[in-house]
Design a protein around this ligand. Structure first.
Ligand SMILES: *Cc1c(COP(=O)(O)O)cnc(C)c1O
Length: 351
C-alpha cells in the first residue's frame, strides 16, 4: 500500500519544525517566536456566529494591514502564515517542468514546498557576505519562474542589499517573479522593499504576524503584490482560510494600540539582543557573532554540536545550523526574555 503514495511524497524530507524537535525544553529559543504571549488580545474577543463560515478575506484585516504596510487594499492577500504564501506562489506560477530558485543558507520552506509540489529547485549560494550572487543567478535563470530571497535572511540575520534586489527585479522582468520574504522586516521596517511594488510587476512580498507581532499561534500571514497577482492567488487559496477567532485576534493586533504594542515588543527585543551580543562576545567558546537586524542571532562556536547538546541537556532549546550550507558550528539563538537570556549565558559560562 505504501507505494500508492506519490513518489515525491515518499522521498520528501519534511520541514524540521522547531516544535517537533524541541524535546523536553523549558526555554525555547529555536523558533524566533516572541517569548511572551500577548494575552491582552484575548480580553475583548467577542465571538459569535461560530455556525457561519468566516469571511474569506476579512476586509477589516486587509484595510488595517494595508495601512500598516503602506499599500492598497487590492495589493494584499491574507494567508495561513507566511508558509502558505510560499506554497501558493509556487502553485500559481510553476508548470511541472519549471523551477524555483533560492539562495542558501536560507529558510527551509522554499525547498520543502517545491519538493512537495514536485517542482525542481536550483540553488545559488549567497556570497561570503551573505549577499545575492547576481551574476550566478543571471546565468541560471533558464526555466526559473519563482525566485525566493529572504531579507532579513533567516538564519543569518542580515538584510540583502536593496540595490541588488532591484537589479534582480530588473533582470527577471517578464521572466520570473522575485519573492522577498520579509518575515522579520518589522524589526527594521525602514528597510522594506514595499515601495518597489509600484515599479515592479514581478515583485511579491511575504509578511507574517508570527514574529514581531508575537502571534505565531494564529497562523496569519500576508502576500503583498500587484493586483493581478493577488487575484490569481485568490483563485487557488482555500475558500475560507482564516478562522473567525484568528481573524478577531489579528484585527485587534493591527489596531493602533496593537501596532504600538508590537513596536514596544520590537524595542525590548532589540535591547535584549544588544545585551546578549555583548555577553556572548565575552565568552571564550564564541568564535563569531553575525550582525543581525532581526530577533535572533547566528553564532559560531568552537564546537557548535557540544554547545547545542549542553544547552539541550539544560532544557534550553536553540537551533543547530550545522547542516546548513557554510554554517558549520553555527547555532541560531532567538532572543528570549531577560531571564531566559541570562540562563543561556550562565549555562554557556560553565563551559
Ligand atoms: C517564520 C518564517 C516564515 C513564516 O512563518 P509563518 O509562521 O508561516 O508566518 C516565513 N519565512 C521566514 C524566513 C520565516 O522565518
Amino acid at each position: 500500500m505504501q507505494t500508492l503514495i506519490k513518489k515525491s511524497v515518499q522521498t520528501l524530507t519534511p520541514y524540521q519544525s522547531a516544535r517537533k524537535i524541541g524535546g523536553n525544553g523549558t526555554i525555547w529559543l529555536n523558533a524566533n517566536e516572541y517569548p511572551i504571549s500577548p494575552n491582552e488580545l484575548l480580553t475583548n474577543l467577542s465571538l459569535e456566529n461560530l455556525n457561519r463560515y468566516p469571511e474569506p478575506q476579512p476586509q477589516s484585516i486587509i484595510t488595517a494591514y494595508a495601512n500598516y504596510a503602506g499599500v492598497n487594499n487590492n495589493q494584499i492577500l491574507i494567508t495561513r502564515g507566511g508558509d502558505e504564501g510560499i506554497e501558493l506562489i509556487i502553485r500559481a506560477f510553476c508548470e511541472n517542468d519549471e523551477s524555483v530558485l533560492y539562495c542558501p543558507p536560507t529558510y527551509g520552506m522554499y525547498k520543502v514546498s517545491s519538493d512537495t509540489l514536485n517542482i525542481n529547485t536550483k540553488t545559488i549560494p549567497l556570497t561570503a557576505e551573505f549577499q545575492l550572487n547576481l551574476a550566478e543567478i543571471e546565468n541560471n535563470l533558464d526555466k526559473v519562474k519563482v525566485i525566493f530571497i529572504c531579507s532579513p535572511n533567516n538564519p543569518t540575520g542580515n538584510l540583502l542589499n536593496k540595490d541588488d534586489i532591484i537589479q534582480l527585479l530588473d533582470m527577471t522582468k517578464n521572466k520570473a517573479v522575485a519573492v522577498v520574504d520579509e518575515a522579520y522586516i518589522d524589526f527594521c521596517l525602514d528597510n522594506s522593499i514595499v515601495d518597489e511594488l509600484n515599479h515592479f510587476d514581478n515583485l511579491i512580498i511575504i509578511r507574517t504576524l508570527s514574529k514581531a507581532f508575537a502571534l505565531a499561534s494564529i497562523r496569519c500571514g500576508f502576500i503583498l503584490a500587484n493586483e493581478w497577482i493577488i487575484q490569481s492567488l485568490q483563485k487557488i487559496i482555500a475558500p475560507y482560510p482564516i478562522p473567525t477567532p484568528c481573524a478577531l485576534i489579528a484585527e485587534s493586533a493591527l489596531s493602533d494600540i496593537g501596532i504600538q504594542a508590537m513596536q514596544d515588543k520590537v524595542a525590548i527585543t532589540l535591547d535584549n539582543k544588544l545585551w546578549l551580543e555583548n555577553e556572548l562576545s565575552n565568552l571564550e567558546i564564541v568564535q563569531n557573532i553575525y550582525p543581525s537586524v532581526a530577533n535572533f542571532i547566528l553564532v559560531t562556536f568552537k564546537d557548535g554540536q557540544a554547545v547545542f547538546d549542553k544547552l539541550w541537556e539544560q532544557g534550553i532549546i536553540a537551533r543547530n545550523q550545522h547542516t546548513a550550507l557554510n554554517l558549520a558550528n553555527c547555532i541560531r539563538i532567538s532572543i528570549g526574555t531577560d531571564k531566559e537570556n541570562l540562563a543561556l549565558i550562565n549555562t554557556l559560562k560553565k563551559f
